[in-house]
Ligand binder design. Structure first.
Ligand code: PLP
Ligand code: COI
Length: 344
């Protein structure tokens, strides 16, 4: 059985799709406390139709990756940061936080138990790990559940954008927004993602790979891309939107800023970026960045009838340098002087 699931996967042609693995971790919260949780064979879970997650979307998640190095060591990238953000997200939806060390232990257990599903170094793939916390208890009035399930499952994945390290063409939406002040944009709630499906679909129909969302108040300032943060090279500086509470505070963009400053000597700025600036001559490169997206160069942007193409629609030189350093550290090809990688 175990060998069958694994043998059915073509590790050299993975997409960012769900492939079932052998093991998952599950813990339950009941009567005011979490049980110890355990590693169990991957399986469906049973939920009451009145479960809070199903009716009112009380759910948060994380995303991180395990990678195999050339010499077959297994590494995680800054996993404690995911544990911290998971706790912040849970608190926003009045869910009982899951202890950070136990989060990390559960992640490690799932990776080790499914280690045969980690794509080989040469394939360029990784094992995507999905910690999930859901309100499983029944409710009718709008109120937090009394019972919860914490789950960690995983799937081998290839690049999030099928283009890999190639440019994507993005549409700046003047119609839809992703998050608003006072909302849940800076946390990883499930509902933040369902609302981006229609804009993404409409964008795809028009030939765009994803949407760049503007702020919900002025519809002028860049926030982020559906599942990744946004960076621009403007006046030779690396600029990314200020975390104003509507943007997910990405672990990858934080790493990118540090790499730019400390390894490449590039000045960085976190500030409001008007979409109009991106059409100016001093804006030379754009990319988006996140766990799934890694570093994805943006070849063109369109706003209403205006399109601008960057670097003849090929990855820009600074984007490429940052990509090489970031992925080099993640895959253990380069010395990790930041102390970001955790070897299992
Ligand atoms: N923004 C959104 C909406 C995301 O879903 C993600 C992915 O997690 C990111 C940004 C990037 O965050 P990170 O680098 O921590 O993966
Ligand atoms: C990630 O990069 O982990 C994300 O959250 C993207 C995901 C929603 C596909």
């Amino acid at each position: 059985m175990q060998a069958t699931k694994r043998n059915m996967i073509d590790f050299n042609n993975l997409k960012f799709d769900f492939y079932e693995t052998d093991w998952m971790f599950l813990s339950r919260y009941k009567d005011g406390k979490w049980d110890d949780g355990e590693l169990i064979p991957f399986n469906s879970i049973e939920l009451s139709p009145a479960a809070c997650i199903l009716n009112y979307g009380q759910g948060v998640f994380e995303g991180l990756k395990a990678l195999k190095s050339k010499d077959r060591r297994i590494s995680l990238f800054r996993p404690m940061k995911n544990a911290e953000r998971f706790e912040k997200s849970a608190k926003r939806l009045v869910m009982p936080p899951y202890d950070k060390q136990r989060f990390l232990d559960a992640v490690k257990k799932v990776v080790i138990a499914n280690k045969d599903f980690i794509p080989p170094y040469e394939s360029g793939g990784s094992l995507y790990i999905r910690p999930l916390l859901i309100g499983s208890g029944p409710v009718l009035g709008i109120a937090p559940a009394k019972e919860y399930i914490f789950l960690v499952f995983c799937s081998p994945v290839g690049p999030y954008f099928p283009e890999g390290f190639n440019t994507v063409n993005l549409l700046i939406s003047n119609k839809y927004t992703r998050a608003s002040p006072g909302g849940t944009g800076s946390t990883k709630t499930c509902s933040n993602y369902s609302r981006t499906m229609r804009p993404a679909l409409e964008g795809k129909k028009r030939g765009y790979d994803q949407i760049i969302y503007l702020d919900a108040v002025y519809k002028e300032y860049i926030t982020e891309v559906g599942a990744a943060n946004f960076c621009a090279i403007i006046d030779n500086k690396l600029v990314t939107p200020r975390f104003d509470g509507t943007i997910l505070e990405g672990i990858t963009v934080d790493s990118v800023l540090k790499i730019a400053e400390r390894k490449l000597g590039i000045t960085t700025e976190q500030r409001d970026i008007s979409y109009k600036e991106l059409f100016g001559d001093n804006c030379a490169e754009l990319f988006c960045t996140g766990t799934a997206a890694v570093i994805t160069p943006i070849g063109s942007i369109t706003y209403e009838k205006r399109t601008k193409t960057y670097n003849n629609n090929i990855p820009g030189p600074i984007t490429e340098k940052i990509y090489k350093i970031l992925t080099g550290i993640q895959k253990l090809d380069l010395l990790d002087e930041f102390g970001w990688t955790m070897i299992l």
